[in-house]
Design a protein around this ligand. Structure first.
Ligand code: HEC
Length: 282
């Protein structure tokens, strides 16, 4: 089985990933992590610019990149983006709109995720969308696909070109949430006993079945994604769920604490990369 070969190859690599994984999450600061992490990927994929990493596997594989560029010429997510724009512009039953929560600007990507120091939690954009709906007497939307993905696609499109700049504030609770996300990323789980880092750092660029594993750097920039496999748009937390399931681990709840903290950690690691969602993937 290819995964076993992968595990052996991964175990042989003495890398920044191992350095980060073997230590306790609290041993290095977010700033030190960011440096280790960027250096790791830039060394592993020389010549790939920071922004290119936002294109996932297409940043490192010429063959699949060519067919992807052709797909992006007629983006399969365009109708969903239009549905999202209509949602943004359509008043709730109380006459207010999403603009009443987001200051009339749909280009909100750069503001999320962030640490809310009063509520002591990470707030992501999908969470803020549902909180806006509930504050206006509307039902919350499901988090993995459907209407929320449409709205996120429109907001992402309007935000293209903004940079990821997620800072970890000087607050022990914020640091604890970040460290929880980091530990999650390096923890082995599931029957196959793989961590996120095992696939997307130590084995990035290698094959698993018909896939090439994308580098983690850039993983939070391009959402939501239209995947041909799904035949529809899905959110980042839907993808987290899928990646947990493929190592036969029990997934966590979309927008639950675990995945929000994971997104917080990953987003900080992706600082400096431009938002380029929505995007298309295999
Ligand atoms: C057994 C290997 C494996 C593990 C473990 C794994 N993934 Fe994945 N992941 C994949 C494969 C295969 C794909 C599809 C090809 C690609 O883009 O890497 C993928 C895709 C992704 C993508 C989409 C990338 C894009 O550009 O669209 C994200 C995000 C992601 N994984 C995050 C995670 C996170 C977070 C974890 C840990 C919870 C994780 N993965 C664990 C194999 C894995």
């Amino acid at each position: 089985m290819k995964l076993n070969k992968l595990a052996i190859a991964a175990a042989c690599l003495l890398s920044a990933a191992t350095v980060m994984a073997d230590k306790k999450a609290t041993d290095t600061t977010p700033a030190e992590d960011l440096k280790l992490y960027r250096d790791y990927f830039q060394k592993r994929f020389p010549g790939v610019s920071m922004n290119e990493f936002g294109n996932g596997v297409y940043a490192i594989d010429k063959v699949s990149r060519d067919s992807w560029v052709a797909i992006e010429d007629f983006p399969p997510y365009e109708p969903m983006m239009e549905a999202g724009e209509t949602m943004w512009n359509t008043p709730f039953a109380n006459g207010k709109t999403y603009g009443s929560c987001f200051g009339d600007d749909p280009a909100q990507r750069k503001n999320y995720p962030y640490w809310d120091s009063k509520r002591k939690m990470v707030i992501t954009l999908p969470l803020a969308i549902n909180e806006c709906r509930e504050a206006n007497g509307e039902k919350p939307l499901k988090y993995k696909k459907g209407a929320i993905a449409d709205l996120l696609a429109y907001m992402a499109y309007e935000s293209r070109g903004q940079q990821i700049t997620v800072e970890i504030p000087d607050d022990p609770d914020a640091l604890a949430a970040y460290n929880e996300g980091k530990s999650f990323y390096f923890a082995r789980r599931g029957q196959l006993n793989f961590s996120c880092a095992g696939c997307h750092m130590e084995s990035s660029g290698m094959h698993v079945r018909t896939d090439i594993l994308s580098p983690e750097l850039g993983h939070t920039s391009n959402w939501p994604v239209y995947r041909s496999k799904w035949g529809e748009l899905g959110t980042l937390h839907r993808r987290f769920t899928g990646c947990n399931k493929q190592v036969r681990a029990k997934p966590f709840k979309a927008q639950g604490r675990e995945y929000r903290n994971l997104e917080f950690f990953l987003s900080h690691m992706n600082n400096g990369i431009e938002f380029n969602g929505p995007s298309a993937r295999k």
